[in-house]
Design a protein around this ligand. Structure first.
Ligand code: PGA
Length: 259
């Protein structure tokens, strides 16, 4: 994996108070201090904790992401957060396309495309979630093609170079165990193949990670596949010890693969 750094993601979803946020950082940072420069780590708190997390992580190598943005640009969207406001609160990245938003809030590909554009224009780096719906067995190249070709329509290779991708089928979320390493590797491979066909050589430089019921116990198996650049954790991403264990395994990726 010579052209890209391993990547770790925590999505806290609708959890973590301000006190819990500060406690997480105090526990997590020392556990990963020796991994600086070997792995990119992005933590996505609820909006209420964005500023607190950004301040707790100031002058560290761990970055902050927002879990959702609204493309606006009109401010008349009560309750929503624009990319510019998220950036002002300390976010550098934005999750776009999580299944919980697609399923519960009816977000379609055209809306996700607008979010990608708005995030890029505000200087946020999109983390695009990609994966088959619950009723389609993963991996499925047609489903990925239908989604990516709509959401990334109008993007340039320069835009894509600023992004990261999470292969996360809907059915992989909230289970006891992740998908099998073979399915995970094939899913990430299909996403990269699609990006390469559409955007060329930049595809070799963007991180593509797997998300969905990741645990420290499963991480090593999931990371063995050369197409998997890292992992994203929901529940385990809120536990500083579990997430640090996942990050440590991700950071050793390049070495394990002789990169
Ligand atoms: P989980 O969540 O790890 O709790 O399954 C993953 C996600 O939805 O990103």
């Amino acid at each position: 994996m010579p052209d890209r750094k391993p990547f770790a993601l925590a999505n806290w979803k609708m959890a973590m108070t301000l006190d819990e946020t500060r406690a997480f950082v105090a526990r997590f940072l020392p556990l990963v201090a020796d991994l600086a420069g070997r792995v990119d780590v992005v933590v996505c708190p609820p909006c209420t904790a964005l500023r607190t997390l950004a301040e707790a992580l100031r002058d560290t190598w761990v970055e902050v992401g927002v879990q959702n943005v609204h493309p606006g640009p009109d401010p008349a969207f009560t309750g929503e957060i624009s990319p510019a406001l998220a950036a002002d609160a300390g976010a550098r990245w934005a999750l776009i396309g999580h299944w919980e938003r697609r399923r519960h809030f009816g977000e379609d590909e055209a809306f996700l495309k607008a979010k990608v554009r708005a995030a890029l224009e505000a200087g946020l780096r999109p983390i695009l979630l990609v994966g088959e719906p619950r009723d389609v067995s993963p991996p499925n190249a047609d489903a990925l093609d239908a989604y990516l070709s709509q959401v990334l329509a109008g993007c340039t290779p320069t835009d894509v170079a600023r992004m990261a991708f999470v292969y996360e089928p809907e059915g992989a979320i909230g289970r006891d165990e992740p998908l099998s390493p073979d399915r995970v590797g094939e899913g990430c491979r299909l996403v990269r193949a699609w990006l390469a066909a559409r955007f060329g050589t930049v595809a070799a430089r963007v991180p593509i990670i797997y998300g969905g019921s990741v645990t420290p116990e499963h991480a090593a198996d999931l990371l063995r596949h050369p197409e998997v650049d890292g992992l994203g954790a929901g529940r385990r991403g809120r536990d500083p010890v579990a997430f640090a264990a996942i990050v440590r395994q991700i950071a050793t990726l390049a070495t394990q693969r002789g990169g």
